[in-house]
Design a protein around this ligand. Structure first.
Ligand code: NAD
Length: 518
């Protein structure tokens, strides 16, 4: 049965209060939270700390020690020791069921402390509970999916084949060794899980480098991993700034593989650094998602659906919609409905019931978004909903209004990812024109077509130059289907959440064996 337009609403907050366990974790007996290296907590030889705040209030939640070159060295050593074993079996030698059992134990502990991890996501990450709760579910879903994959994809020798008279060959698949995950701030739990489970289950030992804005969930998961019984050094957590801790990881020759999620500029720079040591890398990067609305679509329903996705995590979602191309025939009605949706988003504190649009993550993002709004107007965009700063009574967060612009073909008003509830609407005369404009972006992460004609939608969706193409939905992600980017949004690597992701965390050698000559 079709959903009534009025029932389609933005993701919304329930009231949330931090549990005492989260408060105690952050307070840490008055000491800064330390990095987790080789089963020990390290303050770091640089003696540098940074504060992580609630973006909705600017209240300091915790002080965290930054890890530098020395700690990255120690972490790589510890992870390498754990990988090969210390006179006994290393992580790489464990039976797959033993690795699965430890990962599932970690999942259970995360579920035991669900409220602490929700507090990390809601208070440190600035999310509304409806989204944070969905994100939390990723932990189990991802672990179970990759446990299944680990059982299906054997490591070690393949069947051998005869390659010439007296010579046979086979492949040997093995984990890389020490693998690092460099994580952005917008989906800390989801992206830690997406990295951690396939990397561990394929036999690697890991370094997790959380974003400086949202380090709490990875630090907490690191503690739970110790409680779960992971051998020391299998999971290491290295908080710090990108240019310090991240850079030290990217430059370290002992790191054999890096999974990076973040912005294209940083991903491009890390790839160049990695290449100097032959460190392999997979990259999942930003987007500037397009939606094409065909003339047969109901403008009211589709405007609300698109508004819901465009506002997911206040537009701070990599694949979400920022560019809308709508058939001229329905453009006026569509624009009126989208304006109504954007204007009625409830701006507020993310942990207060009813909030749909909370603060952006930090002061730099606020500046970037305000600049993007000015640039859009300077390039010829016409404001439908003017953005700018917003006030929330009693809160000192980085609050901004949503913004929506009308544009026309030929005006490139929205060339870069603007990480907010920000979108441009361009009325178009044909599907071909819409597709040409949608594909004119260098990004290629997620795009969608909206139509009652499913076959037409599928045919069009396949023409997007994007890693994820959707019909009548957007931001949908499922285990078993790759989620990766084309253009500057991703690669090399197969994307995440599919069997090839697991293979990305392994290397394959060809082994040839000839009879010894008589
Ligand atoms: P970012 O690129 O600034 O930072 C990402 C991570 O890289 C952080 O941990 C940061 O500390 C680290 N880093 C920064 N400079 C570094 C350096 N020189 N060497 C090593 N590490 C370094 O991105 P962000 O602002 O944290 O996140 C937002 C971006 O991430 C957006 O572009 C968004 O679209 C993208 N993203 C993509 C996906 C995806 O799956 N494709 C998912 C989430 C976010």
């Amino acid at each position: 049965m079709a959903t009534a337009a009025t029932e389609i609403r933005a993701l919304t907050a329930s009231a949330f209060r931090a549990p005492q366990k989260f408060v105690d974790f952050c307070r840490n007996d008055g000491k800064p939270l330390r990095g987790l290296v080789g089963g020990k907590e390290l303050a770091g030889t640089m003696n540098v700390t940074f504060e992580t705040i609630d973006p909705g209030t600017q209240e300091v939640l915790a002080t965290v020690c930054e890890m530098g070159d020395a700690e990255v060295d120690l972490a790589v050593e510890a992870a390498q020791r754990a990988f090969v074993g210390n006179g006994k079996n290393g992580w790489r030698d464990l039976a797959v069921e033993a690795r699965i059992a430890l990962c599932m134990k970690l999942v259970e502990l995360c579920e035991r402390d669900r409220d602490v991890l929700l507090a990390c996501e809601i208070l440190d990450g600035g999310k509304v509970s409806e989204l944070a709760e969905g994100d939390f579910g990723t932990i189990r879903d991802c672990a179970e999916y990759f446990a299944g994959v680990a059982r299906r994809i054997p490591l070690g020798d393949s069947d051998s084949m005869k390659v010439a008279e007296g010579i046979r060959g086979f492949t040997y698949r093995e984990p890389w060794g020490v693998v690092a995950g460099i994580i952005p701030w917008n989906y800390p739990i989801v992206l830690t899980a997406w990295f951690m489970f396939p990397a561990l289950l394929s036999g690697n030992t890991i370094l997790i480098k959380p974003a400086e804005d949202t380090p709490l969930s990875a630090l907490y998961i690191g503690k739970l991993a110790e409680e779960a019984g992971f051998p020391a050094g299998v999971i290491n957590v290295l908080p710090g700034r990108g240019e310090i801790t991240g850079q030290a990881i990217a430059e370290h020759p002992g790191v054999k593989y890096i999974s990076f999620t973040g912005s294209p500029g940083v991903g491009q720079a890390i790839l160049r650094t990695c290449d100097r040591n032959g460190t392999r890398m997979k990259r999942e990067m930003g987007g500037n998602g397009a939606a094409i609305v065909l003339g047969d679509a109901d403008p009211e329903v589709v405007a609300r659906m698109i508004g819901r996705f465009a506002n997911q995590h206040f537009g701070q979602t990599c694949c979400t919609i920022h560019r809308i191309y709508v058939d001229k025939k329905i453009a006026d009605d569509f624009i009126a409905a989208e304006k109504n949706f954007f204007e009625n988003l409830k701006i507020g504190y993310q942990a207060e019931a009813g909030t749909q649009l909370g603060a952006v993550i930090n002061a730099t993002q606020r500046q970037r978004i305000l600049k993007a709004e000015r640039d859009t107007l300077a390039r010829g965009g016409k404001a439908i909903v003017a953005g700018g700063d917003a006030e929330v009574a009693g809160k000192r967060g980085f609050y901004l209004k949503p913004s929506l612009y009308r544009t026309e073909p030929g005006l490139n008003v929205n060339p870069e990812e603007v990480f907010h509830t920000y979108a441009t609407i361009c009325p178009v005369s044909s599907e071909e024109e819409a597709m040409r404009l949608a594909n004119s972006s260098p990004y290629g992460l997620g795009a969608s077509v909206w139509t009652k004609d499913i076959d037409r939608g599928i045919a069009l969706a396949k023409k997007f130059r994007d890693g994820t193409c959707q019909v009548n939905c957007h931001n949908t992600i499922a285990y078993g289907l790759p989620y990766g980017g084309q253009g500057i949004s991703g690669g090399p690597g197969a994307g995440v959440n599919c069997e090839d992701t697991f293979r990305d965390y392994t290397q394959v050698k060809a082994v040839y064996v000839a009879e010894y000559p008589e």
